[in-house]
Write a new protein. Sequence first.
Length: 363
Amino acid sequence: MAFPAYLALSGPLTLTRILRANGGFDARYAGRVAALYAVSWVALPFDALESAIHGARIARQKLSERPLVILGHDRSGTTHLLNLLALDPQFAYTRPSQMVLPGSCVLFDRAFDALLERIDYRRPFDDMEVGPGSPQDDEVPLVKLTPHCEYHKYSFPRSHRRWLERYVFGFSPSSPEYAAWKRAYLGTLRKSAYLMKRERSLLKSPAWMANLGPLLDLFPDARFVHIRRHPHKVIPSQIHLHRTMARKYGLEAIDDAGLVDFAIHQYRGYTEAFARDKERIPSANLLEIRYEDFVGDRIGGLREIYARLGLGDFAALEPRVTDYLRGIERYEGHRFPDDPALRARIDRDLAFAFPILGYPAPA
């Protein structure tokens, strides 16, 4: 049985709170849960040491009021865009050490970079390399810090509606969990800024599409770039993502039909919420681009992002971007065979989303 590293090194109290928040776990995964508890004590002394040495300075770390936020469904090219924008030295972003040891990442950040220099680690769902300092989704550290995190849907995929409703679709500054979430979330952003000695955050978590209220409450003057991709391309890749995460890290069983429902429900909710709330973003602070156009001319696309959102002079960054693009020329994403039944389900259940995202409605 695979070791469920997604929750590994969560403290024992936090792990207990997460399991209780979900209403338990499937008995077949008792071995995984036992393994999680067995390692749950490992990070505690290091977390305490980091707090003693760096805690006060991290708490005083300033954050820019104008972070740059990447919006878009999972598997829409958001990670590619994140990797490109992270080349800009004005931005701080969530680092691999925060994903593994969020409570003691300052102590171990250099060690993690050194380790990633020596190993070939790739994300299990798309084979994308995670190298030294590779940027990560900004909410991922919360998985090991608090039950107040929608990413727990991957540990409990059958209960995805519960997590999405509580921390995405029904989440707002008036939610009972908001204060605890805000404290944990801003703590992770301050650690990124402290580690990288940069105040301006670069944020990317797909749920921000449907969580604009909490985000704008924290950063009313944030800048946003929304990358859109055709649902026929996105949904099969999302199902593969959910299946991979469930098999490697899940504590609940879910069948293939459930995985399809997971992807469709999430996609619908994210799109509806974004269409409803995007007017809350000042028009000058939001740029929407199509994935197909962007990958056809990445340099031109980035130049437009910088000009339209006032991010500074892109010309100075262009050589670094060109070198990076040259280095990933051979990378190919997963290709999924056409599934007429799935395509029909997408066309039926998500027909409303096509024009919202700038694509012709299905016939």
